[in-house]
Each structure stands twice: as C-alpha cells, then as structure tokens.
Design a protein around this ligand. Structure first.
Ligand code: AMP
Length: 209
C-alpha cells in the first residue's frame, strides 16, 4: 500500500500514519520526524532547517525533495508531511514516475480550524519515539510518560500559539493548489477527520477497502 497523507497541522496525519502503517505493514515516512531528528543530531541539514521549523515556515523544497527521493520505493509507505506545496507535489509526481511507483491513494484529512487549534495547543509528543497524545482527548496512561516506550512527553517547540497560527496560515496558502492537483489524478480521498482517532481510522479503511 502506498499512501500520501495530507492535511493541516493537527489534522492527525502522524496519528493515522502510525495505525495505517501497522495495518498495511508498510513504513511511515514522516518528513517532520526526519527533520526533527536532523535538528536533534545537530547535522548540517539540521542546522539549515532549525530556524525555519521554529518559526513554522516550510524548509527548502530542494532539501525535502532529496529526502523524499531517498526514501520512497515500491515496498510501500505512508507518506506524512509531503507534499506541502504545488512544487513539491510535482516533484513527487516525477519521483514516482522515475521510480515506476504507482501510489494507491491521496488522503486528505479534513478538519475545522477550531479543532486544529485545540489539538495542536494541547498536543504532547514523546521525546524518543514521537508518539502523539492530547492532554484531554488522547491522554497517556501515566501523566507525562509515553505508553509505547516509557520516555518523557513534551510539547513541541512549534506548538505555541504564535507558531501554530503561522503554520495554519502557511497551510491555507498552499493547500488549494495541492488539492486541485490531486483531484485531477483520480486517486483523491477526502475524509472528515474531526472525530477521534479510531473513528477516523475506520472511515479511512472503509473507503480504502
Ligand atoms: P510536521 O511535523 O509535519 O508538522 O512538520 C514540522 C515542520 O517541518 C514544518 O512546520 C516545516 O517547518 C517542516 N516540514 C515538514 N515537512 C515539510 C515539507 N514537506 N516541506 C517543507 N518543510 C517541511
């Protein structure tokens, strides 16, 4: 299964990517996770992208496209966080053509803005494995501790009110062109993703099967 997951920050891409990749036994390629890892390790890529990420801006198309080209293959994947603008969508298309990859679906997780802000401002992530939680709707079993790996839960640096606003603004500015592009390719699926995690997953599976 080869899926491109799309949606605003807070739409549940990361959360659904985890359950979809377990269900289909394929890996998740999360651009945000890969970039955060680069920042954490202090690599030269990390140093280049850090200030963009902290401000909620997109990092260079060239850089992220290189990461994607290295990671997508015919083994199957859930792609989370790419493309984020029309130029990236076109690059992805050409990477797929070059590698003879037929993707199965482009899934748009549609969520209203109020829900997005609530999810992002109350989100907790595991420092080690990146698992996502929500203080009220999806709390961990023990406060501050990841259910999956036992490490500490933290708030992402870009989940502050000011940066959340910026990230949503960037999304709104770029999303329509991407949606139009994928609608014209005939593999477009739109899912109302304002519901809780299991319900959204069930909705996606119902459409895919
Ligand atoms: P995410 O974890 O998907 O919310 O991504 C966190 C941050 O990583 C974004 O706000 C961007 O700064 C950067 N980023 C992730 N994916 C991309 C992309 N496809 N293009 C450019 N920047 C990206």
């Amino acid at each position: 299964m080869k899926i491109v997951l799309f949606g605003a920050p807070g739409s549940g891409k990361g959360t659904q990517a985890v359950v979809l990749s377990a269900h289909y036994n394929v890996r998740t390629i999360s651009l945000g996770d890969i970039l955060r890892q680069e920042v954490k390790s202090g690599s030269s890529v990390g140093q280049q992208v850090k200030s963009y990420m902290e401000r909620g801006l997109l990092v260079s198309d060239e850089l992220v496209s290189r990461v994607i080209e290295e990671n997508v293959d015919n083994e199957g994947f859930i792609l989370d966080g790419y493309p984020r603008n029309l130029a990236q969508a076109k690059v992805l298309d050409s990477i797929f053509k070059k590698k003879k990859i037929e993707y199965d679906a482009f899934i748009y997780l549609e969520v209203d803005e109020k829900t997005l802000i609530n999810r992002l401002s109350k989100r907790l992530v595991c420092k080690k494995c990146g698992a996502n939680y929500h203080i009220e709707n999806m709390p961990p079993k023990s406060t501050g501790i990841c259910d999956l790996c036992g490490d500490e839960l933290i708030q992402r640096k870009d989940d502050t009110p000011e940066v959340i606003r910026k990230r949503l603004e960037v999304f709104v500015g770029q999303s329509q062109a991407i949606l139009d592009f994928y609608k014209s390719q005939g593999k477009f699926i739109e899912v109302n993703a304002s519901a809780e995690k299991d319900e959204v997953f069930a909705r996606i599976l119902k459409i895919l099967t």
